[in-house]
Design a protein around this ligand. Structure first.
Ligand code: FAD
Ligand code: A2P
Length: 307
């Protein structure tokens, strides 16, 4: 198996104290039908800044929303994963995209809207934004990406880095296998569905598996989640997972990784994990969810970014 070498990346060229300014060039809904999830594809022109050509897919940029919090302090930085390939959106090195979901919460009958995601979602072409970054040095494609197969697991906006990674891989004469497992509540919440479905039609080596949690149930009554694909989509996933040059990437909701780890182990793929304590001897079906945090870690072939 090829050695996994991650590229050297530049970090925090711009900090919250010394941010740069980037300009919105497009901002559009990237679900097929209107969805109460309100996810948007936002592209920035970074021309004239040090970010141009220096943001890698898998990294994030920071956004500083204007205004102050309830204590009168400037709003803090929020991170957003880059969803354009390393060579830029549409191959233009001055264009960097992200994928933003409006956050909304109702508590005791009062509606709270997230500061930065709603700020970004409201922006129009021409608007200027204070940005930092890039950040992140581990959730990256390896330096020799064509030597590997990939299984990508995403929930929600965790799809962002995989859009760019898949574009980058398939544009590079890639002949390995890629499976993308994406979890969403309803079919209307699928993000970039047209791109992934078209890409699957055009590339025999790309497999798109959507897991929809709230429309129907599995035979045992449980929800269809990304991790249930390891049980239910064996034909597509197992031949890839069995290869020693396959890497797993997990991005999205914090907590999603545990279900994936458990199902990997249950299905005979512990090599993607590091098991501590006596976890090696306990039947994965019996793993204690709290104890897992301490005793099950991603192995060298597993990368995760959960938030
Ligand atoms: P905040 O204002 O920070 O609020 C957070 C939540 O709390 C919201 O749901 C809000 O409605 C609720 N809330 C606010 N005030 C109250 C209150 N008083 N009572 C109850 N609830 C309240 N997000 C993306 O959309 N796309 C990405 O690609 C992405 N990538 C990320 C990558 C990384 C590495 C990390 C760490 C995070 C990423 N995020 C991404 C998440 C993002 O950074 C923000 O956390 C997210 O957009 C919410 O920020 P916000 O300012 O909109 O919400
Ligand atoms: P559900 O909310 O029906 O339980 P969202 O974009 O709304 O944040 O969520 C994306 C998807 O991730 C939803 O289908 C959601 O299911 C699912 N999900 C929630 N918790 C987990 C988890 N722990 N592991 C995997 N998927 C999850």
């Amino acid at each position: 198996m090829s050695e996994i070498v991650l590229p050297e990346v530049e970090l925090n060229i711009y900090s919250p104290k010394e941010p740069t300014e980037i300009t919105v060039v497009e901002n559009y809904v990237c679900t097929k039908e209107s969805s109460p999830n309100f996810v948007r594809h936002v592209t920035f022109d970074v021309s004239g800044t040090e970010l141009e050509g220096r943001v890698r897919i898998g990294q994030s940029i920071g956004i500083l929303p204007p205004g102050e919090d309830e204590r009168g302090r400037p709003h803090k930085l929020r991170l957003y994963s880059v969803s354009s390939p390393t060579n830029g959106e549409g191959g233009k090195s001055n264009l960097v995209s992200t994928t933003v979901k409006r956050t909304i919460e109702e508590l005791d009958g009062k509606l709270y809207t997230g500061v930065c995601s709603n700020y970004l979602a409201d922006l129009k072409p021409g608007d200027k934004v204070k940005a930092t970054g890039p950040s992140g040095k581990r959730f990256l494609l390896p330096e020799n990406p064509r030597n590997f197969n990939y299984v990508f697991f995403a929930t929600g906006t965790g799809i962002a880095p995989f859009r760019g990674m898949i574009m980058e891989l398939l544009e590079s004469d890639y002949d390995g296998h890629i499976a993308l497992v994406f979890g969403a509540a309803y079919r209307t919440d699928l993000i970039y569905p047209d791109y992934f479905m078209e890409t699957e039609k055009e590339n025999e080596n790309f497999h798109y598996i959507a897991k929809i949690s709230r429309e129907d149930r599995r035979p045992d009554g449980s929800k269809h989640y990304v991790q249930t694909a390891i049980d239910d989509n064996k034909e597509q996933l197992h031949p890839i997972l069995e290869q020693e040059n396959t890497l797993i990437y997990i991005c999205g909701l914090k907590g999603m990784e545990k279900g994936i780890y458990q199902n990997l182990a249950k299905n005979g793929f512990p090599e993607y994990l590091v098991l501590k304590g006596d976890f090696e001897n306990i039947d994965p079906a019996e793993w204690d969810w709290d104890e897992m945090t301490r005793n099950v870690k991603p192995g060298d072939r597993t990368f995760e970014e959960v938030y």
